[in-house]
Ligand binder design. Structure first.
Ligand SMILES: [Zn+2]
Ligand SMILES: [Zn+2]
Length: 370
């Protein structure tokens, strides 16, 4: 960080001379001194003070003489304009500026009250309103279109699934029953261990599972990015010293750029290696399904199939199904019913069915179990 003192400029309020050097305490045209209305500013061309002179500035802001209102250097004990003695309670350049700013703000506020308008403010808020409206309109339209599409989608779903009632005729009834006949037999099985009662007749070494084993490395390339130092960015700021000068502070920050390059890396490649174990082949007695006994009919008199059991046999799974054919407006449908419900219908019965999405969901107002 480097510091340099720059001479500021000021304008004479009395004769209108502009761009007077900050170190010139009185106007060179009319002789009026820098006073409570003086504002120091920076010119486009920077005039840097020589080392010796620079050392005398930036020590503190000028003080304001309460008698003649002129600005004086901090080290002066007496006003260079009227000779009045400096008092520790006096305003300096900055505290005086704050007071002047407040006064101006009060004046403006009073003016606003009188005219009843805030020209700057109303202009700004009007523009802001226009912009926000323009940005929101397309979003609102989009939302409207999306919600309309969603609504239409659900309307179609509702139309398809909305239940409707129809008069229908029972076209016929059907039933089917089945009994599995199981036999106690010697069967052959194989497994990694032998259950109780199993009689091993063979063993083999077989693949039990696989494990991943590192086989080799493959060399591959990839793009990588890197932050590279790319020199310094210089920043400059100016601080008003309140004594007709400004302190220029320069500092630099490092700048980086992103560079890409390819790098090679090694990627492991694995292979599946089998793990062997002993597999047992054995004989054992199990209940196995030997045959299915079936009965069926297109009437309303279901019965279980007849069967005979050998000494080593038993009955297993029993299955049953009851169906009904229904005519709805020239179309035929088949539904499955539990026995108790199926028994209450006869061929030719007039019934009412409820349909939804092309399927019968209710018969005579009673839900079908799906
Ligand atoms: Zn002047
Ligand atoms: Zn004075």
């Amino acid at each position: 960080m480097a510091k340099r003192i720059v001479e500021g400029l000021w304008n004479c309020r009395y004769c209108g001379t502009k761009g007077i050097g900050g170190l010139t305490k009185s106007c060179p045209c009319c002789g009026h001194p820098q006073d409570e209305g003086t504002r120091f500013y920076l010119g486009n061309k920077k005039k840097y003070l020589e080392k010796d002179l620079a050392a005398q500035y930036g020590q503190g802001p000028d003080w304001l003489c309460p008698y003649c209102g002129s600005l004086n250097r901090i080290r002066f004990k007496y006003c260079s304009n009227c000779g009045a003695e400096k008092d520790s309670a006096e305003d300096d350049y900055f505290t005086n500026q704050d007071k002047q700013d407040k006064k101006e703000a009060e004046k403006e506020a009073e003016l606003k009250k009188l005219t009843g308008k805030d020209k700057k403010g109303s202009g700004k808020s009007g523009k802001g309103g226009d912009i926000s409206k323009k940005q929101k309109m397309p979003l609102r339209k989009k939302l409207l279109i999306i919600s309309a599409a969603v609504l239409a989608f659900f309307a179609v779903l509702l139309f398809i699934f909305w239940p409707r009632n129809y008069n229908a005729t029972v076209g016929g009834t059907g039933w089917a029953r089945e009994i599995d006949i199981e036999a106690w037999r010697t069967v052959q099985e194989d497994d990694w261990q032998v259950p109780d009662g199993g009689r091993v007749y063979d063993t083999k070494e077989e693949i039990h599972h696989y494990v991943q084993v590192l086989d080799h490395y493959e060399t591959k390339t990839r793009e990588v990015s890197e932050r590279v130092y790319d020199g310094e960015d210089t920043h400059t700021s100016y601080v008003n010293n309140g004594d007709g000068t400004f302190t220029e502070e320069t500092y630099s920050t490092p700048r980086y750029r992103t560079e890409y390059h390819t790098e090679t890396y090694r990627e492991p490649v694995y292979r599946d290696e089998p793990v062997f174990a002993i597999k047992y082949y054995y004989e054992i007695e199990r209940w196995v399904v030997d045959r299915e006994e079936k009965s069926e009919g297109a009437d309303s008199e279901p019965y279980w199939p007849e069967y005979t059991l050998a000494a080593n046999e038993r009955t297993g799974f029993r299955g049953e199904a009851y169906t009904m054919g229904i005519y709805v407006k020239d179309k035929s449908y088949t539904v499955s019913l539990p026995l108790e419900r199926w028994e209450t219908f006869q061929k030719g019965d007039q019934i009412e069915v409820t349909m939804s999405a092309g399927q019968i969901t209710k018969i005579n107002g009673e839900e079908l179990e799906s």
